[in-house]
Design a protein around this ligand. Structure first.
Ligand code: FO1
Length: 308
């Protein structure tokens, strides 16, 4: 069975681990969000691609959900000793190696999709991980603070500000000129099923859907989504702050309507949200907390059942 799954960071990566357990024979292609990508100290950092790669490859820092297990931060401390900014983004020593390899390959002219394939040759995540695009498409956030109205990189809003300042706008810079990376449209067309895991609907799934051609390709397929909102609150992360920025309520119903019935054929919601409905979409309610691997596998299995 060929499955395509979109994915952002922690929630998507955890779900994919459950999907692998639920369908060990499936051929899974993951289309990864690159809107979070940022250049720091001259190095290209791809947080969501790395989170999927490390989580499925066994190198993730489990409780953080991002970055490497067994990390040290000597390089970070040395950079701070030189007064280098930013100091609010925690890059670990092991993680730096990933960004050095990626930046060196990008500098040699390899597209991000080829770089990702090369990095995955080491990590062997058990899925094919393709960035949504090889072109530059970065999420920036418009805020209004003491310095006036300005746009900052998503990571600064997310990590330094913890989304404490309201986002007036969330913009994927470069989206209109970006093309799906090689293999993305082909994988969607060849898929028996497509899954939208419980990643952030705005800055992870939403950004992938903004790459011209991807939403249209998905609308021709059978697509099932898993609600990232349980009982009016995001399970993890700050999806509520992102949804508020685009004027969408933080409910399973509102996110279902955001994706729409042209895209979704099935929608998995938590039991508290069993009243959720939309014409043309099959809604199923069940426990949705990915509290441990067994629970996550059961959620993935329920997602596959919805695809039938
Ligand atoms: N998230 C944080 O909250 N604080 C950090 O210092 C941080 C560093 C970091 C480094 C590498 C990486 O791949 C991810 C990192 N993240 C950090 C998580 C990151 O901001 C999020 O994973 C996404 O971009 C949102 O899904």
């Amino acid at each position: 069975m060929r499955i395509v799954s979109l994915a952002g960071g922690i929630g998507g990566a955890r779900f994919l681990r459950g999907l692998q357990a639920a369908a060990p024979e499936a051929e899974i292609t993951v289309i990864g969000n690159t809107g979070d990508d940022i250049t720091l100290f001259g190095l290209r950092v791809c947080p969501d691609l790395d989170t999927v790669m490390y989580t499925l490859g066994g190198g993730i820092d489990e409780e953080q959900g991002w970055g490497r297990a067994g990390e040290h931060h000597v390089v970070k401390e040395e950079l701070a000793a030189y007064g280098m900014e930013p100091q609010w983004f925690g890059l670990g020593d092991r993680d730096f190696a990933t960004h050095i390899v990626r930046t060196q390959m990008l500098g040699a002219g390899y597209p991000l999709s080829a770089v990702t394939e090369a990095l995955c040759a080491r990590w062997r995540p058990g899925v094919r991980l393709i960035p949504m695009t090889d072109d530059r498409a970065e999420t920036h956030v418009v805020i209004h603070d003491e310095q006036g109205r300005r746009a900052i990189h998503f990571q600064e809003w997310w990590v330094r500000l913890r989304a404490s300042v309201p986002a007036e706008e969330i913009v994927l810079i470069g989206a209109d000129d970006a093309k799906p990376a090689p293999g993305v449209l082909e994988a969607i067309q060849a898929a028996d099923a497509v899954i939208l895991p419980p990643s952030n609907p705005v800055v992870s799934i939403g950004t992938i859907l903004q790459i011209p051609g991807i939403r249209e390709a998905l609308e021709a397929k059978t697509v099932v989504g898993v609600s990232p909102i349980i009982g009016g609150a995001p399970v993890r992360g700050m999806a509520d702050a992102c949804l508020a920025a685009i004027g969408v309520e933080t409910t399973a119903q509102a996110v279902l309507e955001l994706y729409g019935s042209r895209l979704l054929d099935g929608w998995l919601v938590a039991e508290q949200d069993s009243g959720v409905a939309l014409d043309g979409v099959r809604v199923v309610a069940r426990p949705l907390l990915m509290s441990d691997p067994a629970a996550t596998e059961a959620i993935a299995r329920a997602t596959l059942d919805l695809l039938k």
